[in-house]
Design a protein around this ligand. Structure first.
Ligand SMILES: [Zn+2]
Length: 263
């Protein structure tokens, strides 16, 4: 793997993701490997060893937690080494992959400021607009751009009908959860769109594309308890409906329901 020692280090999550993507691309090409998905654990240990030999990531392992999604921890002996621990009670490979990338983001951008390590709470990581602050948001941006580089992502969706099938394809290609693929798409789309995730018939969290936020439609996390829109796929719980293609709603019909719920 190419090290890049002596080069100036990026200081933004995008910058770091682009730097690593270039190295990974060169490595995959040189070894005749498929471009995706990215093996985050391997990247984390090899890149850190070569570029930060005084602070390599020498341990990546799963542990069972209740509350934490993952953590970045210093070696208890104080020898400068770092470890990434993910929650292995989570069974989704895509979610674990995203967590590893998120923790790698913390390592690259924040380990100097957090010598005791960083613990990431599940709730905060998946609420994209988390109060946990800039640090969590930046680690998520880094993970998203590392696992799903923008140029390739745009190529994959160009001219395609937006559907759950397309999101499933992106999820498989990049080794991420479907939610992570949808959030990435929402981040770059010109369409007015929203993801709404429900638990037991109520909205757990939601995220709008920028054009939709401009229209004043968004969900304020934690400030309101709202039932899922009754016409939505999740609320209908209708097994005769194809969950992959989705449901076409009449104009105004669904939109009206969403607006009433969200405002
Ligand atoms: Zn975090």
């Amino acid at each position: 793997m190419i090290g890049g020692k002596g080069m100036d280090h990026p200081n933004t999550p995008h910058g770091w993701a682009i730097r690593l993507s270039q190295i990974i691309k060169a490595y995959h090409t040189a070894h005749g490997m498929e471009a995706f998905p990215i093996d985050v654990a391997k990247i984390a240990s090899e890149f850190s060893k070569q570029v930060f030999p005084d602070a390599p990531i020498t341990m990546i392992e799963g542990q069972s937690f209740k509350k934490f999604e993952g953590m970045l921890v210093p070696h208890p002996s104080g020898n400068g080494e770092w470890g990434i621990i993910y929650n292995d009670s989570i069974t989704s490979k895509g979610r674990i992959n995203f967590t590893l990338a998120h923790e790698l983001g913390h390592y690259l951008m924040y380990r100097h400021l957090n010598s005791d390590g960083i613990k990431c709470i599940t709730k905060d990581m998946y609420k994209w607009d988390s109060d946990y602050g800039q640090m969590e948001a930046e680690a998520n941006v880094f993970a998203s751009f590392l696992l799903m580089p923008l140029d390739d992502f745009r190529q994959q969706i160009a001219g395609e009908q937006i559907s759950m099938e397309l999101m499933q394809h992106l999820s498989n290609r990049y080794g991420v959860s479907i939610s992570a693929a949808i959030l990435k798409w929402l981040d770059i789309t010109e369409k007015r769109a929203m993801i709404v995730v429900g638990i037991d018939g109520f909205i757990d969290w939601a995220w709008s594309s920028k054009p939709l936020i401009k229209s004043g439609i968004y969900y304020r996390a934690r400030q309101e308890t709202k039932p899922l829109p009754p016409l939505s796929l999740a609320a209908r719980n209708d097994t005769t409906v194809d969950n992959i293609a989705g449901i076409e709603h009449p104009k105004r019909g669904f939109g009206w329901v969403m607006k009433k719920c969200m405002r």
